[in-house]
Unconditional design. Structure first.
Length: 276
């Protein structure tokens, strides 16, 4: 009786050990979902606020220059009462920009909180609310770049990349699993040569071109500023519509770009026809 009990106990023990061993073997290949730590958004928030403050200031300065340029020589003859509409317009613009900034930050936080990274045996999926789902197969990966900010999984397509912030919960576990696919390489610190930094200046460049385009009456100035302006607007629209890194809300809003595209194209045609 005792012998049978011991044998049974031994068999059960072996079964438990085998089960634990099987679980350990399956764990590296199992599907796991990772999320971002909520407190990590504070660092990103400061960076986003700094970038948008620059754009915000640029738009306000641009609007004021255009507004007072339109007054031109009449400045000495106009009263402060007659300037009230321009003042109200400027205040409304500031309010709209501030509201848009707050709404944008709210959407950024929502994207941060809903971010999901799913790592399987041979695939990687990024899911964010209101963003297209992005899946990269293991055999598509061309490189995994690492920096203090985290990892970036790259493919042959620049748009098909997945960023993995170091503030990811269980980041080291995710890094270890991806390292089995490909050894991460250190990302070169480009500093001010980094294209991402220069992309911040793109809205300011567009504002500058718009200002010169609107204020000038010379055909050669209109063409030299309007042509790159039109190219940037069309390129931006196509890029936004095709990108899987941009939310559905922004894609819907991008349809408004057709209005300045049409206005710039019309004025360019008129500048060529009525050359002066």
């Amino acid at each position: 009786m005792i012998t049978e009990f011991n044998n049974c106990h031994l068999q059960n023990g072996e079964t438990i050990v085998k089960s634990a061993f099987m679980i350990a073997e399956l764990a590296p290949n199992s599907v796991r979902t990772y999320r971002l730590a909520p407190e990590g958004f504070n660092v990103v928030r400061k960076k986003l606020l700094g970038q948008r403050a620059i754009i915000f200031t640029g738009i306000i300065v641009f609007t004021m220059i255009i507004t007072f340029r339109q007054l031109d020589m009449d400045w000495q003859r106009v009263s402060f009462v007659s300037l009230a509409p321009y003042f109200i317009l400027t205040m409304l613009l500031i309010g709209a920009l501030a509201s848009g900034l707050l709404k944008g930050m709210k959407q950024n936080r929502e994207a941060w909180n809903t971010y999901e990274l799913i790592i399987g045996e041979d695939f990687l999926i990024r899911r964010i609310k209101n963003f297209p789902e992005l899946e990269i197969r293991r055999d598509e990966i061309t490189s995994i770049k690492e920096s203090p900010a985290g990892l970036q999984v790259e493919t042959n397509s620049r748009d098909r990349t997945i960023g993995i912030a170091s503030s990811l919960v269980d980041y080291e576990d995710a890094r270890a699993r991806l390292s089995q696919w490909m050894t991460p390489t250190r990302r070169t610190q480009l500093g001010w040569l980094n294209p991402a930094r220069w992309m911040i200046a793109l809205p300011l460049l567009v504002l500058l071109l718009f200002g010169l385009f609107l204020l000038s009456a010379r055909s050669w100035v209109l063409i030299s500023t309007g042509t790159p302006l039109l190219a940037i607007l069309v390129w931006s629209f196509i890029l936004i519509r095709k990108s899987v890194q941009i939310s559905d809300r922004v894609k819907r809003t991008s349809l408004l770009v057709f209005l300045p595209i049409l206005a710039v194209a019309t004025k360019l045609v008129m500048a060529i026809i009525n050359w002066q």
